[in-house]
Design a protein around this ligand. Structure first.
Ligand SMILES: NC(=O)NCCC(=O)O
Length: 359
């Protein structure tokens, strides 16, 4: 019997024999073998001691005239640590401690670029409908506590870090992903373009729709972009990052089962195929409980299931639905160009025709 916390990949693996599994993997994941990468003993120890799951897969490209461009990407999903009634600084510091250990482990595996989940240093308090109580979590993109904390780690580990936070810019809030380069310098930011106003996800009353367009950040390791959470439902949002040259697009999210868990494995994967780049889908885990000022209670449970897709459509299995996790993918960036050459989606895109109709 399937237990409701188990993810799809586990259920399939448990129920098929080896031959069936190969067929399933070929059709569903795009390849028979997941191409798992062996992790260090010390990584397994850290994962056990610090209670997070870790797995790694590779996506190779065909041999060609150019040298392989191998990059290791890390995706992190995690729960909050303290209950949401604790002082804000304590809550944030507790998450910092947890994340530091995961980033250290990723660094020991040679991860070059890591991305955290949407508004990673805080509980996703928007479901309370309250704002002032939580203002302490809003911070400056370039020099807030999260950027300072991660800048030190980025420099120490020669790692690019994508840090999705709640940004406070002179009293206006934004849902923002900060990009920190491998020297620990603030490289830039992207503000969430599409804000949900669906059910208990009503973000429009908290912050403004993004005004940063579709930036692609030229890092030492790859050209990266960030499509924040609800932006994954918008095909054109994904497309614009491709037009601006992204090799990898991260999708840091905070989403719950009632809100389209069945879309989760489709949208970012489709974007990777349609746009010939890698996509990295990251979702929070755990249940977050809140007591409002009037004493009423509200809670949200996130389903994790972070995964990655290559430009040829092959994907990794997901991380767990309820545990902290680090997913590492070793990719050859040449695969982006190879997928473009095979499929010609760029060449056949007819953007001029759409531009006329949209006008
Ligand atoms: N954080 C966020 O945009 N959530 C909206 C729900 C969803 O798109 O899954």
């Amino acid at each position: 019997m399937a237990n409701s916390r188990e993810n799809f990949d586990e259920i399939i693996k448990r129920n098929l024999n080896l031959e069936q599994l190969k067929i399933f993997n070929r059709i569903y994941y795009g390849r028979e073998d997941h191409c798992e990468v062996k992790l260090k003993e010390s990584t397994m120890t850290s994962s056990k001691d610090n209670n997070f799951e870790v797995s790694a897969y590779s996506f190779t490209a065909a041999k060609e005239g150019r040298k392989p461009r191998i990059v290791k990407l890390g995706l992190v999903q995690h729960s909050i640590v303290l209950t949401t009634d604790k002082p804000i600084k304590e809550q944030r510091d507790a998450v910092f401690n947890k994340i530091e250990k995961i980033i250290e482990t990723a660094a020991s595996e040679g991860v070059n670029i890591i991305c955290l989940q949407e508004t990673w240093p805080m509980p996703f308090f928007l479901c309370t409908g309250e704002k002032e109580e939580w203002a302490g979590f809003a911070e400056s993109a370039s020099e807030g506590p999260s950027t300072k904390f991660l800048s030190n780690l980025a420099k120490k580990f020669n790692m690019v870090i994508v840090s999705p936070i709640l940004e406070d810019d002179n009293g206006t809030w934004w849902n923002t992903a900060v990009v920190i380069d491998e020297n620990g310098r603030y490289l830039g930011k992207h503000r969430k373009n599409h804000l949900p106003s669906v059910g208990s996800f009503s973000e429009t009353s908290f912050y403004a729709p993004g005004d940063t367009g579709h930036p692609v950040f030229e890092t030492k390791f790859a050209r990266i972009a960030v499509n924040i959470c609800y932006g994954r439902h918008h095909a054109l949002n994904w497309m614009m990052f491709a037009l601006n040259g992204a090799d990898v697009v991260f999708n840091p999210s905070a989403t719950v089962a009632e809100f389209g868990e069945s879309f989760w494995g489709i949208e970012a994967r489709n974007a990777a195929i349609a746009n010939s780049y890698f996509t990295c889908s990251i979702n929070r885990v755990g249940t977050e409980k809140f007591t409002r000022k009037d004493g009423s209670e509200v809670s949200r449970s996130f389903y994790g299931s972070s995964y990655a897709t290559a430009p040829n459509g092959c994907r990794t299995p997901s991380l767990s639905r309820d545990k902290d996790g680090l997913l590492i993918i070793e990719v050859d960036i040449n695969l982006c160009r190879q997928a473009k050459d095979i499929w010609g989606f760029n060449m056949t895109s007819r953007l001029d025709m759409y531009a006329k109709e949209l006008n």
